[in-house]
Ligand binder design. Structure first.
Ligand SMILES: *[C@@H]1O[C@H](CO)[C@@H](O)[C@H](O)[C@H]1NC(C)=O
Ligand SMILES: *[C@@H]1O[C@H](CO)[C@@H](O)[C@H](O)[C@H]1NC(C)=O
Ligand SMILES: *[C@@H]1O[C@H](CO)[C@@H](O)[C@H](O)[C@H]1NC(C)=O
Length: 281
């Protein structure tokens, strides 16, 4: 222990010297313990290393882009199920059937929406075989044909015979459609079933009859290839009577008869939709 007493003084000198030397040692020409040549090699190594990494990255991305299809998303584990949506896009509908101004917006929405289903528009599309998928794999990149869906199919909900879509009568029409899903081919025979909660007596009338979505409108090939595509529609007319006016009705519509999901707990618009209707008089 005693012999070590004089050491600190000496060490301090050594430390000071080696600390300075560790930055730049004039005797050996070392900077931070390395010669210029050594530093040069290190820099070169990192330069080559990072250039290599960047090269790998670019190559990987390029290879991936080369294998991607321009039109169809390739990596999907399964085709997702469609949501069900309504027109007018109003989940809380309320109007007095005796006051046209109160339902004017609903009618306007329906009229605008149905323009693309006009006779003249749809005459340009193909008359397809009902009940069969309209597969058009064929050549890649060729524009796909669309099956005709004329609004006249919606009969009393087409806005052609009754321009108020039943609203003036207090029997409103609501249009339903599935969201577009590329490549979707519903199995079975999908149809819409609407029920009124707590008012099970309300009669619903569907157009086309049975509320069916025909298979010929599937699959959809995407916006780029299927420019003229229109979704098939189902109209439901609520056949309300005196006893149903001035009360809030909760209507739930579901896609049934197929493999499409309609009871997902987390997504209440998957294959179904719930909305409220109050018709006053
Ligand atoms: C669709 O038909 C309605 C009347 O049936 C007409 O007023 C409207 O201009 C037509 N729209 C298109 C885009 O052809
Ligand atoms: C519609 O749904 C109701 C309630 O879930 C059910 O009782 C009825 O049988 C269904 N109708 C059809 C045609 O599937
Ligand atoms: C609906 O409109 C009619 C005519 O304007 C009016 O007499 C009636 O009181 C209205 N009903 C309600 C519930 O506001």
């Amino acid at each position: 222990m005693a012999s070590s007493e004089d050491k600190p003084a000496v060490k301090e000198d050594e430390n000071a010297g080696s600390w300075k030397d560790s930055i730049f040692n004039p005797r050996t020409g070392e900077f931070c313990g390395r010669t210029a040549k050594s530093w040069g090699l290190i820099l070169l190594f990192y330069l080559v290393f990072y250039a290599f990494l960047a090269g790998m990255f670019v190559l990987t991305i390029w290879v991936m882009l080369m294998t991607l299809d321009d039109y169809v998303p390739r990596y999907r584990d399964r085709v997702p199920d469609p949501g069900l949506v309504i027109r007018p896009m109003e989940l809380d509908m309320m109007f007095n059937r005796s006051q046209p101004l109160q339902y004017a917006d609903y009618i306007k929405t329906l009229e605008t929406f149905l323009q693309q289903y006009n006779e003249t528009e749809q005459e340009l599309n193909k008359v397809c075989t009902a009940g069969d998928y309209f597969d058009q794999e064929g050549e890649v990149g060729v524009e796909k044909l669309t099956c005709q869906f004329k609004r006249s199919v919606l009969s009393r909900c087409s806005g052609l015979s009754d321009t108020t879509y039943g609203y003036a009568e207090g029997k409103p029409c609501i249009l339903l459609k599935m969201n577009r899903i590329i490549g979707l081919k519903p199995e079975g025979d999908p149809y819409v079933n609407c029920t009124a909660k707590k008012h099970s007596g309300i009669h619903m009338q569907y157009f086309p009859s049975g509320g069916r979505f025909d298979k010929m409108y599937f699959p959809y090939y995407g916006n780029k290839l299927h420019k003229r595509y229109v979704q098939p529609l189902v109209a439901v007319q609520l056949q309300l009577g005196k006893e149903d006016f001035n009360t809030e009705l909760t209507i739930e519509c579901r896609i049934e008869g197929s493999n499409l999901r309609n009871n997902d707990e987390r997504d209440k618009f998957l294959g179904r939709v719930t909305f409220r209707v109050t018709v006053k008089e």
